[in-house]
Design a protein around this ligand. Structure first.
Ligand SMILES: [Ca+2]
Length: 327
């Protein structure tokens, strides 16, 4: 199947003369990475599926998880429960910044907790290889790390995968949560790999059958994942679920699949990446300027169905304790 070019109306006329970012070869060695995520007890459960991928994909060496926004003791405990289920309890989990960065008299300020940025900086210092950061919530922890030690970040961060924002100027949750942080990260000279969020019907949506298949795999990990869906549906309510096509039996959007498959070095889902420059400012919000020599990348299309089939295969392999397939 050809990739659905989800952003085609806006980007393709600009992008046509430039080469797409090539799919990576599967890495022989796993890439060290840190996940920053707004895991929660009853909000969008895609973050729990992300965490499972982060902890189990062969191409990723998980160096730590930073809790963003919903950084409570309860979320910390639930995250540790997932770590135990996949036998990765050695991976550190810390509370990151709960709140937003600010500027006062030209000085950057940050609310508690700074452990997320500390974990990032400590990992960068200790790693002989460059480290990949994957952010699927707000960007406060990455921004605070960049502020604290820009030279180290420039030298040791391979890329910051960011799932959020969109090139249409629409206000979205992950950017709106901390616009000062978005400005710092998008404006930094660390390479950004940007997976924008779009309309729900254009994203990587599990079908109801796939959701049921995961729920029926009969493993504590799949019971855990399936168990995150009920509280979210209760929180969202029937009207919203009907509008977005995510009622029980209809499935669930998993926004971040292209970021994780790409960060793991997998050639799955035929993603199309463009090179260029990612930008943010308070007036225009987020946008992307194509440039074949630009440091940043933006995914402009992928085969959503094959990505969903891939994650179901992956979760089944985890549940059955088999070697994880590379694709
Ligand atoms: Ca999220």
């Amino acid at each position: 199947m050809k990739p659905a070019l989800i952003l085609a109306p806006l980007l393709l006329p600009l992008a046509a003369p430039h080469p797409a970012f090539p799919a990576q070869e599967p890495r022989r060695e796993p890439a060290p990475a840190i996940l920053s995520t707004d895991l929660s007890l009853d909000r969008d459960p895609d973050d729990w599926f992300d965490a499972l991928l982060f902890l189990t994909l062969p191409g990723i060496e998980p160096k730590g998880i930073v809790l963003e926004h919903y950084a409570t003791d309860e979320v910390l405990e639930k995250t540790k429960e997932l770590l135990r289920l996949v036998d990765r309890s050695e991976v550190p989990v810390v509370k990151g910044i709960a709140g937003r960065l600010g500027r006062r008299d030209g000085v950057l300020t940050a609310p508690p907790h700074h452990d997320g940025a500390e974990l990032i900086l400590r990992t960068l210092r200790a790693s002989k290889d460059k480290v990949t950061l994957i952010a699927v919530g707000g960007l406060g922890n990455e921004a605070w790390a960049l502020h604290r030690d820009p030279a180290l970040c420039r030298e040791k961060i391979a890329a910051i995968y960011f799932v959020g924002g969109n090139p249409f100027g629409h206000r979205d949750t992950n950017v709106a949560r901390d616009t000062v942080a978005a400005e710092i990260v998008m404006g930094s000279d660390v390479p950004i790999a940007w997976v924008a969020t779009c309309a729900p019907d254009q994203m990587q949506k599990l079908t109801g059958e796939q959701e049921a298949a995961i729920a029926n795999m009969g493993h504590p990990v799949t019971d855990f994942l399936a168990g995150t869906l009920g509280p979210w549906r209760a929180f969202r309510g029937e009207t919203w679920l009907r509008k977005t096509g995510q009622l029980p039996g209809q499935g669930k959007n998993l926004w971040s699949l292209p970021a994780f498959s790409h960060a793991a070095g997998l050639d799955v889902g035929n993603p199309v990446w463009l090179r260029g420059h990612a930008h943010f400012n308070a007036e225009r919000w987020t946008w992307f300027e194509t440039d074949p020599r630009g440091p940043d990348r933006m995914m402009v299309g992928c085969d959503a169905r094959s990505l969903c089939e891939w994650i179901v295969r992956h979760i089944r392999a985890v549940a059955e304790g088999r070697a994880i397939p590379q694709q």
